[in-house]
Design a protein around this ligand. Structure first.
Ligand SMILES: [Zn+2]
Length: 251
């Protein structure tokens, strides 16, 4: 069973500033015997340890350079170089611009010994242990990469932060689960492009997704109204807010 499993556990569902009790963006994925962590926002490294030791994660995938998706790489560096992870090296897969921003804030001591960065881009395919990964650039901030993870005929797609786009529809085509950020309200959406609930639902409907997990909702946004709009746009799928710490089986 563990050889074929594909699951996603939201570690953090909070936005760029979050509700009380929310951790910022992070998702633990188990694909067969392979463990992946998608994004590592504020508080994620602490919360992740309820599920897995950070040095047992096979790969960290960072979607883009916004701090709410990557800032806990800084404590990961400390953990890997001076803490329980010493002697091993975390593998991080990122688009351009992530390492440079983090390195400017962190300590140079042990950076390269503790953290191994690899660049990926739009359209790249990667095999990581039992998981197949495919990346697609999505409209948010340069560069932002959504990722599709497949294992044993099932597919999970993480949309990162993004505006509605044909690129996300194509990446999510036929996926069992799509994790999509959304919220309805004017204030934070003026900063970088994000999706409304209706747009997230429309993406899932066009892609033929079976299960839509909504996430990354700013505190000003009405979660009930956003959920209702997403469900109206995609009546064929299960549509719900992602819950921190809950494991969802993909497929
Ligand atoms: Zn962002």
């Amino acid at each position: 069973m563990s050889g074929d499993r594909l699951t996603v556990t939201p570690i953090g569902v909070g936005a760029a500033y979050a509700r009380t009790g929310e951790v910022q963006s992070s998702y633990l994925v188990r694909a067969g015997r392979t463990t992946l962590c998608l994004d590592l926002g504020a508080g994620a490294l602490n919360a992740l340890q309820a599920h897995v030791a950070p040095h047992d994660v096979d790969v960290y995938v960072i979607s883009h350079r916004h701090p709410d998706h990557c800032v806990d790489v800084l404590p990961l560096h400390v953990y890997m170089y001076w803490g329980p992870g010493r002697g091993s090296r975390a593998r991080l897969i990122t688009p351009h611009g992530v390492q440079e921003r983090l390195r400017a804030l962190g300590s140079d001591t042990g950076w390269d010994e503790a953290l191994g960065f690899e660049l990926v881009g739009d359209g790249d395919l990667l095999q990581v242990g039992d998981a197949q990964l495919r990346f697609a650039a999505v409209p948010h901030v340069d560069e932002t990469l959504a990722v599709r993870i497949e294992r044993a005929g099932r597919a999970l797609v993480y949309g990162a932060d993004c505006a509605a786009s044909d690129a996300l529809v194509a990446l999510a085509a036929g996926a069992d689960v799509l994790v999509a950020e959304c919220g309805d309200g004017p204030v934070p959406n003026a900063l970088s492009p994000h999706m409304s609930g209706g747009e997230a639902g429309e993406i899932a409907r066009r892609a033929g997704v079976r299960h839509l997990l909504l996430t990354h909702c700013f505190p000003e946004h009405d979660r009930d109204a956003t959920l209702a709009l997403a469900r109206d746009a995609c009546p064929s799928a299960v549509v719900e807010w992602a819950v921190q710490g809950r494991e969802y089986i993909v497929g």
